[in-house]
Ligand binder design. Structure first.
Ligand code: LLP
Length: 419
């Protein structure tokens, strides 16, 4: 459920027509619905009611300060994968004790930053990392609260680039080795074993992979208990999918039920790291049609947003609905490629798409773009990163201004020998 609806043939975000925002901020821009974000967070969190839980929103999905602040206000924590995300989280007012840190390649400075800040848990992904974290904790005189990220070898049945819980993936430590890693951790004086963690992939649209992963983790928790290692916290990661086209993912309540069943009779505290399910359908990318062009065998709609603004179609061949911001009156539907201005054939937002007829100057809404949209955008081709806007009721505000040409060269310098 989201608050992007048509009224009288015009697409609105809550009570604001997207056309009005385009007139005010120009195109392209990302627009997020405050009411949808809030509703998604509450529905997700509510699915685990009664359990001791912390919803650590996965910052990588969309790390805008306004969104982090909103989730923080609703009681959320943060799942981070870099020092930069830690900085963003702290800036947004998220308490360090609500931040968890996963990632296969944490650098020393990032580990130190996390230890000094006093975050809730570092999810460790290799034995070498465990040794390093222990050593840094001792050096800094700050104990390290850790979990081992277990790779349960479960097929999440998703796009290969975003599946993470298979043996062949670089993530986590496989179950047998994890047992050893915990035994080792138990001997390291500056490390506190607080939890166990997994994250098996993203855009998962079935409950079974989650159930399998949970079963595998619960088994490991029992084995650990037998060797005297008590796990207090289970971090389930993220991964719950959303509807982009016709997918029918489990809703948060079903997902919550599966987790509840697995945890029954335990005293485990639960951490969840949802990203996409909270923000994906709460955001839209609005772009303007620059030209139409009829090729030999194809119709092209050339728009002012490109793969640098929304990479998902190019990278994963991902599907996003493309809808007119103002529904045309009449006219035959057409089949077209919606493409951007970038000098690559992979620069498309939709291919062979049946859509309402559009003309140059029209606005299009690329739907379900709230997750991994802006956060994966770049300055490729020296294109300016777009504006982000948030609407609530009949108000809207820019939450990140469009970049300027000056921003493009702001961090650069010419070496003395070229002066
Ligand atoms: N926790 C960890 C450790 C993760 O690696 C991820 C996502 C999440 C949580 C959040 O997963 P979510 O709930 O959003 O599925 N760029 C890709 C998605 C990559 C996901 C990476 N990790 C895309 O656009 O589909």
């Amino acid at each position: 459920m989201h608050y992007f609806q048509y009224h009288d043939s015009e697409l609105y975000c809550e009570e604001v027509p997207l056309r009005r925002i385009a007139e005010s901020v120009g195109t392209p821009f990302y627009i997020y619905s405050h009411g949808t974000l809030k509703r998604h967070f509450e529905a997700f969190d509510g699915a685990f009611q009664g359990l001791e839980r912390l919803v650590c929103y996965s910052a990588k999905a969309n790390s805008s300060q306004a969104i982090l602040r909103l989730f923080a206000r609703l009681g959320g924590g943060l799942d981070i994968v870099s020092g930069g995300e830690l900085f963003r989280g702290l800036q947004a007012g998220i308490a360090p004790g609500k931040i968890v840190y996963s990632g296969v390649g944490k650098r020393i400075d990032e580990i130190d930053y996390a230890l000094q800040t006093g975050i809730r848990m570092l999810n460790l992904e290799s034995v070498e990392e465990l040794h390093l974290v222990h050593q840094r904790a001792e050096t800094l005189g700050k104990r390290a609260p850790i979990a081992i990220r277990v790779n349960p070898d479960v097929d999440p049945l998703t796009h290969p680039y975003i599946s993470t819980g298979l043996k062949k993936n670089k993530f986590g430590i496989d179950t047998a080795a994890a047992l050893e890693a915990y035994r080792l951790a138990a001997t390291l004086p500056w490390v506190d074993i607080v939890g166990i963690d997994c994250h098996i992939g993203s855009q998962i649209t079935q409950a079974a992979p989650f159930r399998d992963a949970l079963a595998s983790l619960m088994e490991l928790i029992r084995e650990l208990a037998q060797t005297g290692i008590r796990i207090r916290t289970l971090d389930m990661g993220g991964g719950l999918g959303i509807t982009y086209n016709d997918e029918q993912p489990p809703d948060p309540a079903d997902y919550g039920k599966a987790v509840r069943e697995a945890l029954a009779g335990t005293e485990l505290a639960l951490i969840l790291e949802p990203g996409r399910v909270l923000v994906g359908n709460a955001g839209v990318l609005v772009t303007r049609v620059l030209y139409r062009k009829t090729g030999d065998s194809k119709e092209f709609v050339i728009v002012d947003a490109g793969m640098n603004d929304l990479l998902r179609p190019s990278l994963y061949d991902a599907y996003h609905h493309v809808q007119p911001v103002v529904h045309p009156q009449g006219g035959a539907r057409m089949v077209a490629d919606v493409v951007g201005p970038i000098c690559e054939s992979g620069d498309f937002l939709a291919r062979n798409r049946e859509m309402a007829p559009v003309n140059s100057g029209d606005l299009l809404a690329v739907m379900s773009a709230g997750a991994y949209g802006y956060s994966m955008s770049s300055n490729y081709c020296s294109r300016l990163r777009v504006a982000e806007v948030m609407a609530a009721g009949n108000r809207f505000e820019v939450i990140r201004r469009r970049e300027t040409y000056a921003d493009l060269v702001a961090g650069e310098s010419v070496p003395g020998f070229l002066a």
